[in-house]
Design a protein around this ligand. Sequence first.
Ligand SMILES: Cc1cc2nc3c(=O)[nH]c(=O)nc-3n(C[C@H](O)[C@H](O)[C@H](O)COP(=O)(O)OP(=O)(O)OC[C@H]3O[C@@H](n4cnc5c(N)ncnc54)[C@H](O)[C@@H]3O)c2cc1C
Length: 454
Amino acid sequence: MDAETVDAVVIGMGPGGEDVAGRLAEAGLSVVGIEAELVGGECPYWACIPSKMMIRAAGLLAEARRIPGMAGASTVTPDWAPVAERIRAEATDTWDDTAAVDRFVGKGGRFVRGRGTLVAPDRVEVGDQAFVARRAVVLATGTAPSIPPVEGLADTPYWTNRGAIRATEVPARLIVMGGGPVGAELAQVFARFGSAVTVVEAADHLLALDEPEAGAVVADAFRADGIDVITGVGATQVTHADGGFTVALADGRTIESDELLVATGRRADPAGLGAGVVGVADDARWVPVDEQLRVADGVWAVGDLTGKGAFTHVAMYQSAIATADILGQDHEPADYAALPRVTFTDPEVGAVGRTEADARDAGIDVAVGVAQVSATIRGWIHKADDEGIIKLVADRSEGVLVGATSMGPSGGEVLGLLTLAVHARVPITVLRTMIYAYPTFHRGVEEALRDLDL
Ligand SMILES: Cc1cc2nc3c(=O)[nH]c(=O)nc-3n(C[C@H](O)[C@H](O)[C@H](O)COP(=O)(O)OP(=O)(O)OC[C@H]3O[C@@H](n4cnc5c(N)ncnc54)[C@H](O)[C@@H]3O)c2cc1C
């Protein structure tokens, strides 16, 4: 197949690839951007943005239900129709990426719809077209849902995040398999819109990668929302008959639902992309990258595919570094020590850097400080929905924070201060002399600092 030579080829135009491709095109390079589905990737069409619209709507319902005892009386009648319509019209343009394609082409890029394969370090094939990249190939193909090998599951019409986001009706009963961020966020949304939701999580607490205290507070909040939370038990078999699902659990119980959402993590497919031609092992889960996001000479990778954190902000952070590296510009190497992440449950769970267990495993001399949001003055004022914690994980010998969790109302916003502290290694002595506005939620950080034994 004859190949056309260009400066750069980007495979996968999600948040990472779209950003790299656009930046390179704006810098004057000839860039081919290849996308199999929709330019913009998972985030705007089936993930971050529509899920946060659902959460905003569910949060309004929850807030209205808190009026009794605090501000009068309320009657709440949930209606999913405006949520589904907002996702269709405002978030996804009916799952149409014309505007995103035009944006890329407007920057000078050339767009090719199709599934790209790396066939040599500098050569990409897509359908009956082939491109040779003079300067860079960027791999940015993201992840797909990881489906566990539960007996019978593959033969059923289960939802992944895509089915949940496209829902035009709220199921009467919903089982959510997986109590990580995606499962937890969507479980609470559907419960607040009237679904009888059961969450099944094989680990012994929800949000298994976060502090156990955070998972426990979320579980309590879920039970208050009427969600049945089952932890420490996996599903062993799934069947679908007469429009309903039956899930058998390892402890012998069976549960039933009208829809089943599988949210048990994500997986990349480096081998399917052809990454073997640059030395990536066939069974590799991710494409290994160095601090410049390089995979091999002339090949870079960004986003979920790199396994450095499946977040849009990671993809975009990496894309800025990869772009600078490709253009020969100065840049700081990638550093994930202060990687922030927010699970937008209610209460919100913000976290940055290491958890306590992770810090201990790394051999750090750990000190921990905790404040309960409900015991802060702002939590007490807030009253309804004041559950949460601020937990600080410090390196005693260095006198700095290496991780933190800020969970509670606006927990993801309070996290900004803690992310800066971890990122800039602000000495704890300096954090303790800062003035914290009264009565904010972030004053809880000052109380947690006081609790730190150092
Ligand atoms: C329900 C849900 C909610 C989320 N919420 C948040 C959130 O609130 N905040 C946050 O930061 N992150 C969130 N995420 C994660 C976020 O969506 C991802 O981290 C982000 O989309 C990753 O971007 P990416 O560019 O690496 O890949 P993707 O968005 O996965 O895009 C990769 C693109 O590559 C394309 N592709 C794959 N293979 C090929 C090929 N061979 N050729 C051509 N194209 C190909 C795919 O079609 C896709 O469009 C959420 C995820 C889910 C599932």
